[in-house]
Design a protein around this ligand. Structure first.
Ligand code: HEC
Length: 125
């Protein structure tokens, strides 16, 4: 009828370890990231080499517009699928916050209808 003690204990242990894991991997920067500092990190740690100076992609994925929130971004950069990982020894949480703020600040490309030469070409018959 009631949950055997050992099972409840296991569940509690799993909950605790999950809480421990997330407390470790989700950065909690003291203040919002600074885009200017993030630009420096972006260039110094060669994000530009794969993602382009404008963040619009290249060998790496397109980063602009940045749709990840900071915890998602940080979790990804720390433990990516294919790209090289940037661990806490390489990039501090504050540097990740700066990076994210910088990428957030990068402009998207203009829509085709907002590029005069393109609209001119498209309207020609
Ligand atoms: C050697 C090339 C390379 C470098 C350097 C690199 N990346 Fe990447 N990055 C990739 C590739 C390839 C992908 C897409 C494949 C994948 O998911 O791992 C990616 C994916 C990403 C994504 C996920 C995008 C999405 O929408 O799924 C983020 C965020 C990202 N990179 C940020 C960074 C940041 C920040 C840096 C610098 C600190 C950096 N990358 C440096 C190659 C690179």
């Amino acid at each position: 009828m009631s949950i055997p003690f050992s099972r409840a204990g296991t569940a509690a242990a799993v909950l605790l370890s999950v809480a421990g894991l997330s407390a470790q991997s989700v950065p909690a920067p003291a203040q919002a990231g600074k885009p200017e500092a993030g630009k420096d990190v972006y260039l110094r740690y060669s994000c530009y080499a794969c993602h382009g100076y404008d963040g619009h992609g290249g060998a790496g994925a397109r980063l602009v517009p940045m749709r990840m929130n900071l915890p998602g971004f940080a979790a990804y950069v720390r433990n990516p699928r294919q790209m090289p990982p940037y661990t806490a020894q390489v990039l501090a949480d504050t540097q990740l916050a700066d990076l994210w703020a910088y990428i957030k600040s990068l402009p998207e490309s203009a829509a085709a209808r907002d590029i005069p030469l393109l609209t001119k070409i498209m309207s020609e018959k």
